[in-house]
Design a protein around this ligand. Sequence first.
Ligand code: G3P
Ligand code: CA
Length: 389
Amino acid sequence: MATRESNEQAGGTGRRALLGAAVLGASGTVLGLGGTARADGTRHGGGRGLKGLPVPTIIGHRGASGYRPEHTLGSYQLALDMGADVVEAGDLVPTKDGHLVCRHEPEIGGTTDVADHPEFAGRRTTKTLDGASVTGWFTEDFTLAELKRLRAVERIPANRPHNTLYNGRWEIPTFEEVLRWQDEQTRKRGKQVWIYPETKHPTYFRNLGLGLEERVAAILRKHGKHRRNSPVILQSFEPTGIQRLRGLVDNPLVVLLSGANSRPWDFVESGDPRTVADLVTPEGLKEIASYAQGIGPTLDLVIPRDAGGRLTRPTTLVRDAHRAGLILHPYTLRNENPFLPADFREGTGPDAYGDVFGAYRTYFATGIDGVFTDHPDTGLLAREDFVND
Ligand code: G3P
Ligand code: CA
């Protein structure tokens, strides 16, 4: 139940939970007990790099994708303008000629106007991606110059009808363009801009001869952003991809975790029988902590939902991860009803907002260190409420 009572069961009031998290671990182990309070009530570890970020950290998921077509410079820019602490720029996939571009998946029919380009009609095909059959157009079949002729469109217009206003406005950014944008924005704002790129489907692309990790590392090195305190956090659903990155760069690394019964695709291909349920045991978390700084679990691993979509009791994941020295940045909070736990849905219609502040209160109270959100402005207000509660 997502009630005040259950919030308190989950860890007390916002401020108590925040301080509790600091004592328990990530904010203790990773950020350090010497963390100090900011004027806005958030805490930080008082250090450089990851330790300097406010906690709970508000991460703009695919930019401010609740308001703009995802993974565009328009979406990233709005996330920054809203005040996001970190921008997920971007999910990275390669082109045929080896460039890294920002798309959530290789198939681009759902997020670009490729279907409106008759010259690319013959590229539509069906492939097997991580065991699933997918039909559409794939970045690895296009050169960068060809992809640059496309324009981004809203992925979920039924939930986000207003975002279609911006269909056709922005092109697909490259990772290099993102790094230059990061530098420009840092200069303009006089404040370090942080990004949180994700390598998508590393095993799939490696099998195609388009390994992601070496490309990411080479670009980060070229821009001098491969160090422990560089403002770039790297994430992936494939643990071996994160381990590969560990050997190439010193950036903070985060292992993403899907549903408890799922298996990372690199495990499937290598015959490693472990599931996510195995990775979130104390032993599994200890192993992750040997090469990564954090985990990015689906929110359901923090508080599972019942068959009706309502929240149940928090798991021990926050405590266990903190004890292993890992921070937690779960995904993804969105304002629209269909994405919220049933406890917080209000009104009807696929684009209607629910009681998302109630959802934030409940998740923040578990002691998480931050959250990915499509609506960074809402997340920042929720954090303000939480730290001042
Ligand atoms: O990267 C955190 C979160 O974005 C993982 O989910 O599928 O939106 O990339 P996804
Ligand atoms: Ca992502």
